[in-house]
Unconditional design. Structure first.
Length: 421
């Protein structure tokens, strides 16, 4: 398919890295269009194990070129570190990685502000990654951002930085922090620019010529659909839109060019940070332990819960998902019984995800269907028909409840742990 989007249908960490790694070898380009280094996409392959934050997950296939679109915000120190660790593992980046000159930079004050806003909100904090994501997107939208293109004229960059530091230092100092030094920040960022410059370009001709000549694009979303600022659990969301539609602005791809949307879905649910999560497990120590994980970016604990069909159905509809890529089925092998949330009840009424705001969603009663567990190690299975009958039934139940076919089931973190249907 010429333009395929792979996106998360829950609260992030669905296994997008693994999904991209499965398909990337068949594509000419893999491109990121949203988010920043709040993302952490895990890939396990012959180069090793990586948790990549900014570089598209297609970088491991030598013939695949990787694009970081203008919709992405970049912390240059994180990007340089990531590029160096990829090089060290034997991955070639030259003439393979292209970064949009339109992408905005995460500046030191964005990270400080991220922390100050979180602390001011106290118990109502979002639980951000504190990578400066929200404040950087806020500056972009309020015309206060700094982009790579600003560095082509060092005076323009310096002037913009001077104005922003004047503003931001006032807030930082008022809240008890130490002001940032203009010359220090300027020189630090000029140094980053010098290192990254060979990779910075305008992506428009690459994308347009690629579409014209039938090149295949795989678009790698970051975060998950339910972290979208409009359609997610606001204010417990992220700073950039995470939906399929974001690929259009984030990469300059016309909506009509998008031919397929694949939704990555965990066989259960996780969430990092604050905010409602109707199926979170709270009163069952065994399930809590089995379903929680360690976050790839911050090392925090991901909250664990049962599969929520209401959320994935919503994500499938809002994104126009053609097929689901179901991950981590193996994690459920240890359960005698597995709960599946089929919908919600609120004040005695059946409601949908989209009917409620975050504070109401926090109070819904999930309606559960109980499935019998298969209690068998399924990690080595490579054919759907070889899965235990109850595991197959679980997959088919999800398919029916969500209303979208499941094209792939994964049963281990490694590249080959996948069942194609
Ligand atoms: P992403 O942000 O959507 O790319 O997901 P993350 O990489 O943050 O989190 C997914 C985690 O699940 C990673 O640790 C993966 O290695 C792991 N993973 C992916 N697929 C499977 C699977 O089928 N089974 C198991 N056990 N782990 C998986
Ligand atoms: P990947 O791409 C899971 C969450 C944070 C927090 C909220 C806002 O690996 O799926 P931010 O730092 O973006 O302002 O934090 O969004 N969050 C993610 N959760 N996976 C991610 O990315 C996330 N990126 C942001 O935990 O709740
Ligand atoms: Mg992740």
């Amino acid at each position: 398919m010429p333009v395929t989007i792979i996106l998360g249908t829950q609260w992030g960490d669905e296994g997008k890295g693994k999904a991209i790694d499965t398909f990337a070898g068949d594509f000419d380009y893999v491109a990121r269009y949203n988010g920043g280094n709040n993302a952490g996409h895990t890939i396990i392959n012959e180069f090793g194990e990586f948790k990549i934050h900014l570089v598209p997950s297609g970088i491991f296939y030598p013939k695949t070129k990787c694009l970081i679109g203008g919709g992405v915000v970049i912390d240059p120190a994180v990007l340089i570190e990531e590029m160096n660790s990829l090089r060290k593992a034997g991955v070639k980046l030259e003439k393979r990685l292209f970064i949009s000159q339109r992408s905005h930079l995460i500046m030191p004050y964005h990270k400080i502000l991220d922390g100050l806003y979180e602390e001011a909100k106290g118990a109502g904090a979002t639980g951000t990654t504190r990578r400066g994501i929200g404040p950087t997107f806020a500056d972009k939208i309020s015309y206060n951002g700094i982009r790579w293109s600003d560095f082509t004229d060092k005076d323009i960059f310096a002037e913009k930085l001077r104005v922003q530091l004047g503003l931001k230092n006032k807030i930082i100092v008022a809240l008890g922090g130490s002001p940032l030094d203009f010359e220090k920040v300027r020189d630090e960022y000029l140094g980053y620019y010098a290192e990254i410059k060979p990779f910075i370009t305008e992506l428009f001709p690459i994308v347009q010529n690629g579409l014209k000549t039938g090149k295949k694009f795989l678009l790698e979303q970051a975060m998950g659909s339910i972290l979208d600022p409009d359609w997610g659990t606001y204010p417990f969301v992220t700073g950039s839109t995470t939906l399929a539609s974001a690929a259009t602005g984030g990469l300059g791809i016309p909506p009509r060019a998008i031919t397929r949307v694949i939704g990555v879905t965990k066989a259960y649910t996780t969430r990092v940070g604050a905010g409602p999560m109707p199926t979170e497990v709270k009163d069952d120590a065994h399930a809590e332990k089995a379903l929680s994980e360690v976050a790839a970016t911050t090392g925090r604990v991901r909250r664990g819960g049962w599969f929520d069909a209401e959320v994935v159905r919503f994500a499938s509809q809002v994104n126009g998902i053609d097929r689901l890529f179901l991950t981590k089925l193996d994690v459920l092998s240890e359960f005698d019984e597995i709960k599946i949330c089929t919908g919600y009840e609120f004040n005695g009424r059946k409601v949908h995800y989209h009917d409620l705001d975050s504070y109401q969603l926090d109070k819904v009663k999930p309606i559960y269907r109980i499935a019998k567990g298969w209690k068998e190690d399924i990690r080595g299975v490579r054919k759907f028909k070889d899965l235990p009958a109850r595991a197959r039934a679980y997959v088919e139940t999800i398919e029916k409840l969500v209303g979208v076919k499941i094209g792939w089931v994964t049963n281990g973190p490694e590249r080959d742990a996948i069942i194609k249907r």
